[in-house]
Ligand binder design. Sequence first.
Ligand code: ADP
Ligand code: MG
Length: 588
Amino acid sequence: MNKQKLFIWLLAAAVPLVALLPLPDFWIAQLNYIGLYALVCLGLVLLTGVGGLTSFGQAAFVGVGAYTTAYLTLNTGMSPWLTLLVGLGITAISALVVGAITLRMSGHYLPLATIAWGLSLYYLMGNLDALGKYDGLLGLKSLSIGSLDIGQGRLFFILTWAILIAGAVALLNLLDSRPGRAIRSLKGGSQMAEAMGISTFRYKVTIFLIAALFASIAGWLLAHFQRTVNPSAFGLKMGIEYLFMAVIGGVGYVWGAIVGAALIKLLDDYLQVALPALIGTSGSYEVIVFGIAMVLVLKYMPDGIWSLVARKLPRPPRKMDWQAAAPLSARSKPGMGELVLKVDKIRKQFGGLTAVNDISFDIHAGQIVGLIGPNGAGKSTTFNLITGVLAKTSGHVTYRGHDISALPSREISRQGMARTFQHVKMIPDMTVLENVALGAYTRGETGVLSSMLGTNKSEEQRCMKEAQHQLERIGMGNYLHEQAGNLAMGPQRLMEIARALCCDPALLLLDEPAAGLRHKEKQELIKVLRQLQSEGMSILLVEHDMDLVMDVCDHLVVMEFGTLLTQGTPAEIQASPAVRAAYLGTEH
Ligand code: ADP
Ligand code: MG
């Protein structure tokens, strides 16, 4: 079993035991707050730690959940269990609206936008008569099941922590799944993820939504626990504090959420008593201490406190339970010799520079075409135009009879065109196997919900089996459980090829696959390329290693300064005076 999951089960066993201990009520109340805060932080682990999106606005979503249940139970007599659903609905709508507006923003704009959202909701809550203005709403009922009051003390503790544990399990399940790998790819920028067929925008909205829903549930619990709501608990200060908790605990770890929430809550209480006594006046001085602590943590433990523990825990290799799994379904492939790709006068201008100047060539099934030329000739740009990473200034690309000129890269990859990158793009903290499984994204269909519930086992096994197969095929069978970030350059490139193969492509585009490979690895690569070719795969290859190019390619396209210099068989190209001149830099 995964160590993280083992901890979860230990925690699940500890909760009822703690409830039975003769702890003072004060400590049970503290644990209740810690559980609530940790639930909000859990959302931040997904959103900020995994997805790389910083939000200061989580407290506002806690407020949406809290105010919805407070208003409805007080004014309509609706059951709190029903208002939870209404609250989640309202939260979902507001998260989708806020997300749709803000998540296309890059850099610092997103955190700023979440600050704006947090502030505006705070003033809205504080100014609406129906919500009691800054006094808030008082006299909420505590939660009950039938006549059993579970709104306070030990039963509430069990409820809160049961929800928290369920949330943590769901999150851990999600991270080890098809959508989870897509979410983990967000941090590295959108290019690679989109090239794997992933809609990065959709997943950003999804994790924003999940984090908001976690916060909303916490708000619902908080309202019935305190039996009163007022805006101060949902303002920007609290939004910042939630982020503190997550970051100090370790925003990349599910366990960091609980550690951070516990630490900040206990420290907060202690400082509120200790600091005024020390300084002699009262005030919110604890915020200053938190600020300093945050700076120190970011400087000396950028991955948070839990990272110290996580480093000590060996990561056991994933249990390989997929040997009997059925293979993933395969695409229909073009017949040998069929026209696969038609590039027709594609052009790309960057301002005044014409990087690709009306380039045309064809690729047929089973052909290995080499695209060569000196540095800066426009090869990578040509790649990016074909795969939809860059928009063409003009020209057309037809893939297996369909005009794909206007499609974004994720749609093109869905049609079975896979690529690698000149500068390797991967998820360094995932294993090689998981990175390669990302390539099979378009061949699966498991969604977020079934991944969270853990009902995606069979597809996950099929996907892992495929990833293992592609890695073994390319001679990487010994690296399955290695952290991708620890690999040397050569194996990283091979891993990218395995990832591309996982997409079950009919056309493979490789940008300098042999760069950084040792002699033996190059021989392996040549063998794999030949093997693929014999199976009818078409390959477009950009490569500087002329021995390799002349050895494996059937056809060469030579570019210079963005234009097509000539094309032909390797023998023709080698004999061409124009090509020699281009490479040796002499006049021709
Ligand atoms: P190659 O892969 O053949 O070495 P590239 O396609 O990377 O060449 O680059 C071709 C030309 O286009 C170079 O002069 C490069 O500086 C320019 N170029 C590439 N990408 C951009 C960009 N995003 N903006 C401006 N110029 C670019
Ligand atoms: Mg290049």
